[in-house]
Design a protein around this ligand. Structure first.
Ligand SMILES: NC(=O)c1ccc[n+]([C@@H]2O[C@H](COP(=O)([O-])OP(=O)(O)OC[C@H]3O[C@@H](n4cnc5c(N)ncnc54)[C@H](OP(=O)(O)O)[C@@H]3O)[C@@H](O)[C@H]2O)c1
Length: 170
């Protein structure tokens, strides 16, 4: 199963100023890439805080939201709330015929997948901004030692660099 970490980061490595900030600080091209990639995978996996910043399931793909809050119940076909582990989520998706999934944040959920070494690709848009403080790509504490193999880079819009890497299996 390909797990594509799809992330927009400031040049100082921040993905949000705080847990409730909606990602509205990237350009049009990054948003378009996000839609393309999540639709191509057919499924996007996110944490409940990220889901709350979006506020609704995005159409045309399965939205999997990680939460431990049992009171969260889906009333829509393309929305699933789950407290399964990352590995079990992926196992279940594989059984349902998915071959790739987009991991779309936030920092907490990214760290859960990284800790279990489940991320196979990183698609990172480097946005020409500095936040100074805020959330990093992975919530601490997390110690990683993963090597990436560079695939491509592209200026998708006014200094927004889309960097694509493959995670080299240790
Ligand atoms: N720049 C980007 O590309 C990008 C991408 C995505 C998100 N973001 C930003 O990141 C911020 C949110 O990140 P975040 O780290 O605060 O939160 P998050 O990762 O989106 O969600 C954290 C939540 O996940 C649930 N969770 C944690 N561990 C779990 C487990 N083991 N099993 C099941 N559920 C678990 C908990 O929800 P419950 O409390 O409901 O149990 C926890 O509060 C937002 O500002 C968002 O806009 C940025």
């Amino acid at each position: 199963m390909e797990v594509i970490l799809l992330i927009a980061s400031t040049v100082d490595g921040k993905i949000a100023r705080n847990s409730s900030q909606f990602v509205n600080w990237t350009g049009k091209a990054d948003k378009k890439y996000f839609v393309e990639q999540t639709k191509k995978a057919g499924v996007m996996i996110m944490g409940s805080k990220t889901y709350d910043t979006i506020g609704k399931p995005l159409p045309g793909r399965l939205n999997i939201v990680m939460t431990r809050d049992k009171s969260r119940q889906s009333d829509q076909d393309n929305l699933v709330f789950t407290d399964l582990s990352p590995a079990l989520i992926l196992e279940d998706l594989a059984l349902r015929g998915y071959t790739s999934a987009a991991l779309v944040g936030g920092a907490t959920v990214n760290a859960l997948f990284a800790r279990d070494n489940l991320i196979t690709q990183v698609h990172l848009t480097l946005v020409p901004k500095l936040f100074g403080s805020g959330l990093s790509i992975f919530a601490p504490p997390l110690e990683l030692d993963l090597n990436l193999s560079f695939e491509s880079s592209q200026d998708i819009e006014e200094g927004h660099l889309l960097l694509i890497y493959r995670v080299i299996n240790p």
